[in-house]
Ligand binder design. Structure first.
Ligand code: NAD
Length: 498
């Protein structure tokens, strides 16, 4: 396929660029997917100015009218779902079933948000005073910056952009530098759907030259960020400098699957393979710890290792491949660092992951799974506490339900937790005592649906989840009270004598 020339889209116009960077296929570094502008703070200024200007008129449309344009967009995504699926796989390496799931989730988000346009966005409440009507209404915040990661390059941007524009905000979208062509494809569809000039603007580029000035921009009212903990924390600190600025930061995890004594072992093994190795472990919700009752650990581990060794690694366009490449060379370095730390910290290596460089793997960022175990829980280790974001998983034998939850909670993160058990009392205990934003029973720790909130607690998120949750982040809920009487009567018996 010919490389795509992605461009910035500002105030309804595509802008040509001279300074560009390349996006390459992580499964075949010789294949250039396209080029995108190396934007600067000036491009950010222009995009924010366009969004600020468009806000004046976009906010005047009804929620229904705005939703109609989002519905146009949903139909275009539906038309192009297969094209998006292949593009996602070529640009970020996920196997094609995952590329398709990303595109389908993008479609679901567009359908869901278009539908919300006809649902209430406020409600009437009664007042102490019978002649008064009181309402709680949602009002847009203004210009919203949407800064997104590479690993769900079609779904995650829509979790953020669509609720923002439905509510009457205007947007500056900065896609991840690893997946600019997916961002470009979304922008082409926004354009075709008929969003007025300035309502959605796109600026390509890297974190420091583009993301940073966007976050710091005085005309940006809200920042919706999904990405790493380090960048999310920085964005929270920057936003705190401006009293008006709101930041929703969804970040990483050190997620676990807890396998209890009574678990269905086959289900547990499958859940832990899917949780740890789908997307090559590069999901914020990937399982990187398996916390398992020591009574069943030996059998689980033997069967798990045997299955993991059979995982097929390769180009995700081959439908038989289970695990695609890592996103870039730096991700291989990070994976090797985490593996080396596990060895240094005394782990017993069960599957010693390798960098794959021969044959079909010669031109991609391919590695095989890394699995290790400890004899019991080892506190204060790097390998069991820090996000690896790669095919790296540790098995931790524990003694019973309460220790399982204590070990689970012993990280700074709190994103995804799965528990495998047949006992409703046990999963209820885990549900109520573990720290997580996404909980699963007899499932892998991965999986999202757009009508559910998606986010974490502790260092995983600051309480403003994506997808279903974002409407809260892009609107102010205002109180609005109307008096229908000729005289003024105040609440709480306040006198009105002057
Ligand atoms: P990243 O933090 O490196 O980058 C995310 C985005 O932030 C990119 O667009 C990047 O250009 C931008 N950015 C980088 N520095 C910036 C700065 N100084 N100011 C403003 N923007 C800046 O993350 P990534 O490598 O793209 O994604 C992987 C991370 O994302 C993992 O930690 C993963 O767990 C997390 N993630 C979280 C969720 C969630 O919903 N909680 C979902 C997917 C991924």
């Amino acid at each position: 396929m010919n490389p795509v020339t992605a461009r910035n889209y500002i105030n309804g116009e595509w802008r040509n660029a001279t300074d560009v960077f390349e996006s390459v296929n992580p499964a075949n570094r010789n294949e250039i997917i396209g080029t995108a502008p190396n934007s600067t703070a000036q491009d950010v200024d222009d995009a924010v100015a366009a969004a600020e200007h468009a806000f004046k008129t976009w906010r005047e449309l009804s929620w229904v009218k705005r939703a109609e344009i989002i519905d146009n967009f949903a139909q275009l995504i539906k038309r192009d779902v297969e094209e998006i699926a292949v593009l996602v796989t070529r640009e970020c390496g996920k196997p094609i079933n995952e590329g398709r799931a990303d595109a389908v989730e993008a479609l679901h988000m567009a359908q869901y948000i278009a539908g919300l346009g006809r649902l209430p966005h406020g409600y009437a409440v009664s007042s102490e005073i019978s002649a008064k009507d009181a309402y709680i209404l949602r009002k847009p915040k203004g210009v919203v910056a949407c800064i997104t990661p590479w690993n769900f390059p079609s779904a995650i941007p829509l979790w953020l952009v669509l609720p923002a524009v439905l509510a009457g905000n205007t947007v500056v979208f900065k896609p991840a530098e690893q997946t600019p062509i997916c961002g470009h494809k979304l922008m082409e569809l926004f354009h075709e759907a008929g969003f007025p000039a300035g309502v959605i603007n796109l600026v390509h580029g890297f974190g420091e030259p583009v993301g940073d000035p966007l976050v710091k921009h005085k005309a940006v009212d809200a920042v919706l960020f999904t990405g790493s903990r380090a960048v999310g924390k920085y964005i929270q600190q920057v936003a705190a400098n401006d009293l008006f600025k709101f930041a929703a930061t969804e970040m990483g995890g050190k997620n676990a699957t807890i396998v209890l004594e009574d678990a269905d072992l086959e289900l547990a093994i499958n859940a832990c393979v899917l949780g740890a190795f789908k997307t090559s472990g590069q999901r914020c919700v990937s399982t990187s710890r398996i916390i398992i009752d020591k009574k069943i650990e030996a059998e689980f581990t033997a069967r798990y290792v045997e299955k993991v060794k059979r995982i097929r690694v390769g180009d995700g366009l081959n439908p038989d491949v289970f695990m695609g490449p890592l996103i870039e060379a730096g991700a291989i370095d990070k994976w090797q660092h985490h593996n080396a730390k596990a060895k240094e910290e005394g782990a017993q290596v069960l599957v010693d992951g390798q960098v794959l460089t021969e044959g079909e793997h010669a031109n991609g960022n391919f590695v095989s799974p890394f699995v290790y175990r400890f004899d019991g829980y080892k506190k204060n280790t790097f390998c069991l506490r820090e996000e690896a974001f790669s095919p790296h998983v540790g098995i931790i034998p524990i003694d019973g339900l309460e220790e399982a939850v204590e070990v689970y909670n012993d990280t700074d993160y709190g994103l995804a937790m799965a528990v495998i058990t047949e006992d409703y009392r046990k999963w209820r205990y885990v549900r109520d005592h573990a720290d997580y934003g996404l909980g699963y029973v007899n499932l892998p720790s991965i999986g999202a649906e757009v009508h559910l909130p998606f986010g974490g607690v502790k260092a995983s998120g600051n309480g403003h989840p994506g997808a279903e949750g974002i409407l809260e982040s892009v609107t102010h809920r205002v109180a609005f009270t109307v008096n229908h009487a000729r005289e003024i009567v105040m609440a709480q018996g306040l006198t009105t004598n002057i």
